[in-house]
Every structure is written in structure tokens, then in C-alpha cells.
Write a protein that binds this ligand. Structure first.
Ligand code: WT7
Length: 645
């Protein structure tokens, strides 16, 4: 393992720093449910909670006697309290189209949509709706309109395939689908209708609402309605009462990859989630009234839910949404967006940073980035080199730069530097300390704590607001995945190191889940897609390091009798994955082998495949694969090496 800069302390001029001891001392006083109950009082509840934490572990419930509404917190509150004409969203299309929406404009749009959902579709609290939309202003609007009625929504990333969409519609029991005609990507129009038609053939819905971003490309049929028609006859000043929901009422379901073929529907509550977002916006991002907040993720992922839509809107900030990729039409485009809107807080992924740092510095130097104040990254470990580039070239050494660790299941940031609370010296690449109210540990397989510097599993040792409630329709899986490995503690699935100062460094996934450009993909999911190809008998997928994306999938494929390896077949296999899952999941390489190395119990030795592919020595085989003898592993290794030359 490469040495991590455990002892490199970076301070930023103009920011007040505290020593780790001070942080940890103050932090130790926050580790009670009552601490969170106090934070919760900051929110505008309809009924303020007096109870902090209840439930039957691991089914925890936060703020059970509180009542609130997310649409109210993000809109009505601001319209009533002095932010009526403040910009809520700057939206920029890849083609240069710009839309600026104030809080009042959003409020009106959301009310009209809520009215139509209620009166035209008959939606009511607890119903489910699937959303398959690209990055357009109507996406947050429909999320907030559904939340206004207590309707549970499930956003499906618009880059997913028809199959992935159909699975999610079925699993969540969504009655309706909300989509758009398409979007721009690298100058091309990407159309969504074909995927939607295929998906709704497999998983029928009562009606499809289509927002027209591109215009004139959707073939409207019986059962479809355009966004414009849907609210055309709903007056501009329509008011729909935001329904007070219980704190534990499900706000949304968001599907994420696990170690089995079937994605998990992560269920988030309303009250706990709202409190965590409010807290992290302040502690982690140091949000202030005139901040312009740009989280450059897609709303289809949890990062976008929490830090494009709900978080910044709850705090009444101005949020930025940009449709396009970082390097088209040129690699200066994102920095031009920072200049254009005077972005003060910027949040992106290490993948994007590594991509952009490969281009000449002039692309970032050309733009005025002096408004930037706080920078963070998320989604995967940030390597020190990328951290330095972000700190020096983007932040000009003026902004604290952090790597916020969290996951779909946690709802919001868990481990981070906290410039808005107490700021400890930065270290290039670390995640930092757990935020107030959150406790983490790095443990060995037997559950005891690892020593400083020793790699172990990252666990969260206390429940926290914003945590997932369960896996949709599968309480058993919720328990098994997160609470069984280390009873009483939440298992994250990540490897991490705690250094001597107590800083946490998350290293990557410990389970059979990959992290491709910050997107979680289960190896099993990709394998299941590959075996759909008629020529394939068996497949094993592993993640291998990639300079830009962090990790990419490589597939080892055993063909059926009668099929010969060929370049054509490789391409077909890749296309199958693109079709069934998503372009993100397409293997970088397809390697044909005559058999897959397996343990006696039939488990594929993925780490061995990875070693062979990377031309690495097998190394220590005693811990290489569960349930396999050293001999077995070595034999399989030699066989594979022989096969691949
Ligand atoms: C996995 C969760 C929540 C944001 C987007 C990803 C990895 C996330 C970091 C970080 C190292 C990180 C972990 C985690 N991860 N942030 N700052 N440093 N690793 O959400 O799709 O649920 O993936 O992303 O491996 O388990 P997600």
C-alpha cells in the first residue's frame, strides 16, 4: 500500500483551526440522542419533537412525535420569511440555455404540480411515484411537489437502462412515472423515450408525465401527458396545503447496488434526514445566507438529493445545477460556471478532479474563482495528488478542502472536516473526523478495534438522524446487510484506517462492490447482465484501478460450448451490459478464460483474478480467499497466468 500522508498538516490562512484534542473533546459531548434533539429544534416543524430516539433496534426512529413537511421547509418558509425573490436555482443547459428561478417561482410551480398530482392523478400520502429525469429544474420541482403531499418518490438516474428502470418501478410499486424527453450530452441529444417505453412494457404505470427539455422529440400516446399540459389550467397562485407528516414518514426510496443482483431500495425518513441535512450544511459546508452552492453531482444519486435539492433549499441558499460534463465543449466549462454564478461552495468528485487536472492549467486559471470559499469532494477516496491540485489550482490555497465520507444509506455527510463547526488541520486525502453526533470506528474481523495505522472495517457505532430506515420491502436484508456482521454497529462495507491523531482514511470497498467514478456497482449485478448474452456460460467481474475513474470493471468470461472468443463477441458482451444496466457499468476489458478460479465451496476468487489481470504477484495467500486452501489458490493462479500468457 502506498504511504498515506498521515503526518502532513495543512492550514489555510484566514481560517481558524483547532487542535485535534479540542475537536475530540467537544465532539465527545455531542454523542447523545438529546444533542440531536436540540439540533432538531432549529427546524420549522408543525409539531416540534420532544422525543429524540426510539424504535426497536436496528429499526431506529428519530423525533417520533414531531410533524413536518419537506416542501414547506424548502419553500414556504423562505417565501414567508424574506427570501421570496431570492434566487433558489441557477440552471444552465449544455447548449447555453439558462433558467433562473426564485424561491417564489419555485413555490408556485411546486404548488401547481402538487395540485395536479392530487386532483388529476389522485395521489395521496404513501403512494409511490418513479422519477426518471435528467438534470432539469423540473426535477427538484416534482420531488418537492410529491413531498408536499407525502407521496414517496424514487428517482432513477436518467443514465440507467430500461431494465434497471423497470426493476425499480416494480420493486417500489410506483403507480406513475415522471420523465423528460431527453437532454444534451457532449453536444448530442440523448432521448429517453425508447427506454421509457421498454421499461413501462415490463412494468406498466397508470400514466407518464413528460417534461420537454428538447421539445418535439417525444411521440405522445394515450396515457402520456406533457409537463405543460399537466398544469396549464392550474392557476399560477394555486396553493396546496403541505401535509404534516410524521418524522419517520418515508420521504423517498433510492436504489443502490449491493452484493447481490437485486439493487436495494434504501428508505429515508423525513425528520431525521432533514435534521442531518441542516446540520451538515452548517458544520461541513459552513453555509451562510449569501452562499451560492454548487454540488456538481446528478440529482439521480444521493449526493444530488441531499446537496443540490433538499439541503441547500432547506437553508435558503442559491443552488446551481449544470446539465453537462466537465470537459465538453472544453475542460474550462465548469470553472466558467463558477465564475458565471459566483459560486462560493463547490462540491464534486475525485473522478472529475482527476479528469480536469490532466489538462493544461490555463483552463482553470482563465476564470475568476475568487468567490470560492469551501471545497469538498465525495464519492471515493481522493488521492493526495488530486487533493493538492484542487487545493492549489482551484482553491488557490484559500479554501479548506475536504473529502466527505458518506453513503446512500447515511443520508448525509458522516466523516469530514467541519469548517463551520471546528476545523482541524487538513491532511491531503483524509476524510477527517466524524461530525458532531456521529461516532465511527475501524474494527478487525473479530469486532475489536484496529490499532492506529492498521486497516480494518469502517463501522458507525451509534444511530444517527438521516440513517436509512430499512430496505424497501425487505427488513431481513436490512438487518443482514448492515447489522449482522458487527452486532449493534452499522457495517459500511468499507475498509479504512484510523491514524494516530484519530483521522479516518477510507480506502475503498471491502465487499464485492465497485466504485466507478463515484458510482456504486455490484460485481454480481454486472455478472448477471453479462450472462444474459447467449454465448456466455459464466462470468466474473472485478474492479481494477483506473487513473481517472478510480476503479473500472473488468470481466472474465467463460463461453458456452460452440462459441469462439472474438473481438466481435467482446463488443457484443459490452453492449449487453450497456443495454441491461448502464453505460457506467460497461467493462473496460473482456477477458475470455476456459474456467473461473473458485474455492471448494464455489465462491469465485475475485481477488486472484484481479492480481492476474494486473500482472501482480499473488502475495499473501493465507487471507486471499475465504474457504480456499493455499494450494488451491496457487494452482488456480498458475493456471490462469498460463492461460493469459
Ligand atoms: C461509497 C458509497 C455518498 C456520496 C456518493 C456515493 C465511497 C463515498 C467517499 C470518500 C472515500 C468514499 C465509499 C462508500 N465513498 N465518499 N469521501 N472517501 N470513499 O454514495 O453510491 O452510496 O457509495 O462511496 O466506498 O461506501 P454511494
Amino acid at each position: 500500500m502506498t504511504a498515506l500522508p498521515f503526518k502532513e498538516y495543512v492550514k489555510v490562512e484566514g481560517w481558524e483551526f483547532v487542535e485535534p484534542e479540542e475537536y475530540l473533546k467537544a465532539h465527545s459531548e455531542t454523542l447523545t440522542p438529546e444533542f440531536w434533539l436540540e439540533v432538531a429544534q432549529d427546524l420549522d416543524w408543525f409539531v416540534k419533537p420532544t422525543r429524540a430516539l426510539e424504535g426497536d433496534p436496528p429499526f431506529y426512529k428519530w423525533f417520533t412525535d414531531g410533524k413536518l413537511n419537506m416542501s414547506y421547509l424548502t419553500l414556504d418558509r423562505h417565501v414567508k420569511k424574506g427570501r421570496k425573490n431570492k434566487v433558489a436555482l441557477y440552471w444552465l443547459g449544455e447548449d447555453g440555455t439558462e433558467r433562473v428561478l426564485t424561491y417564489y417561482e419555485y413555490y408556485r410551480l411546486v404548488n401547481r404540480l402538487a395540485y395536479a398530482f392530487q386532483n388529476k392523478w389522485g395521489l395521496k400520502k404513501g403512494d409511490r411515484v418513479a422519477i426518471y429525469m435528467p438534470m432539469i429544474p423540473e426535477l427538484p420541482a416534482v420531488m418537492l411537489a410529491l413531498a408536499r403531499l407525502g407521496v414517496i418518490f424514487s428517482v432513477v438516474f436518467s443514465g440507467f437502462s430500461a431494465n434497471a428502470l423497470a426493476d425499480r418501478i416494480k420493486d417500489s410499486g410506483a403507480r406513475y412515472l415522471i420523465t423528460a424527453d431527453g437532454y444534451y450530452r457532449r453536444g448530442k441529444k440523448i432521448l429517453l423515450e425508447e427506454n421509457v417505453r421498454k421499461a413501462t412494457e415490463m412494468a406498466p404505470v397508470e400514466s407518464i408525465l413528460v417534461f420537454e427539455r428538447l421539445k418535439g422529440v417525444w411521440n405522445f400516446r394515450e396515457g402520456d401527458v406533457s409537463g405543460e399540459d399537466f398544469i396549464r389550467d392550474v392557476p399560477l397562485n394555486t396553493y396546496v396545503e403541505p401535509i404534516p407528516v410524521e418524522s419517520e414518514h418515508t420521504l423517498f426510496i433510492l436504489y443502490t447496488s449491493g452484493t447481490t443482483g437485486k439493487p436495494k431500495g434504501i428508505v429515508h425518513d423525513t425528520g431525521g434526514y432533514a435534521v442531518l441535512l441542516h446540520a451538515t450544511l452548517n458544520w461541513v459546508f459552513d453555509a451562510r445566507e449569501d452562499d451560492v452552492f454548487w454540488c456538481a453531482a446528478d440529482v439521480g444519486w444521493i449526493t444530488g438529493h441531499s446537496y443540490i435539492v433538499f439541503g441547500p433549499f432547506m437553508e435558503g441558499l442559491t443552488s446551481v445545477m449544470y446539465e453537462g460534463v466537465p470537459n465538453w465543449p472544453d475542460p474550462g466549462i465548469w470553472w466558467s460556471v463558477v465564475e458565471r454564478y459566483g459560486v462560493t461552495i463547490f462540491y464534486t468528485s475525485p473522478t472529475a478532479i482527476r479528469l480536469l487536472m490532466r489538462y493544461p492549467d490555463e483552463y482553470v486559471e482563465k476564470y475568476d474563482l475568487s468567490t470560492l470559499r469551501v471545497l469538498h469532494s465525495v464519492g471515493e477516496p481522493i488521492n493526495p495528488e488530486a487533493w493538492w491540485w484542487y487545493f492549489e489550482k482551484v482553491g488557490k490555497r484559500r479554501c479548506p478542502v475536504g473529502s466527505t465520507w458518506w453513503m446512500t444509506e447515511t443520508g448525509g455527510v458522516m466523516i469530514s472536516h467541519t469548517p463551520g463547526w471546528k476545523l482541524v488541520p487538513l491532511k491531503p486525502g483524509t476524510n477527517g473526523y466524524p461530525i458532531p453526533g456521529v461516532k465511527a470506528a475501524v474494527v478487525k474481523p473479530d469486532g475489536s478495534e484496529a490499532s492506529p495505522g492498521e486497516r480494518g472495517y469502517l463501522v458507525l457505532t451509534r444511530p444517527w438522524p438521516g440513517m436509512l430506515m430499512t430496505v424497501w420491502g425487505d427488513d431481513e436484508r436490512y438487518i443482514k446487510t448492515y447489522w449482522e456482521k458487527f452486532p449493534g454497529r452499522f457495517y459500511t462495507g468499507d475498509y479504512a484506517i484510523m491514524d494516530e491523531d484519530g483521522y479516518i482514511w477510507v480506502l475503498g470497498r471491502a465487499d464485492e462492490v465497485m466504485n466507478v467514478a463515484g458510482h456504486r456497482l455490484g460485481t454480481y449485478e454486472i455478472e448477471s447482465a453479462i450472462v444474459e448474452h447467449e454465448a456466455v456460460s459464466e462470468a466474473a467481474v472485478v474492479g481494477v484501478p483506473d487513473e481517472v475513474k478510480g476503479e473500472v470493471p473488468v470481466a472474465f468470461v467463460v463461453l458456452k460450448e460452440g462459441y469462439e472468443p472474438s473481438e466481435g463477441l467482446k463488443k457484443e458482451i459490452k453492449d449487453t451490459v450497456r443495454e441491461i444496466l448502464s453505460p457506467i457499468a460497461v467493462p473496460k476489458e473482456v477477458v475470455f478464460v476456459s474456467k473461473l478460479p473458485k474455492t471448494r465451496s464455489g465462491k469465485i476468487m475475485r481477488r486472484l483474478l484481479r492480481a492476474v489481470f494486473l500482472g501482480k504477484p499473488l502475495g499473501d495467500v493465507t487471507t486471499l480467499e475465504d474457504e480456499a486452501s493455499v494450494e488451491e489458490v496457487k494452482k488456480a493462479y498458475e493456471h490462469l497466468k498460463g492461460e493469459l500468457g
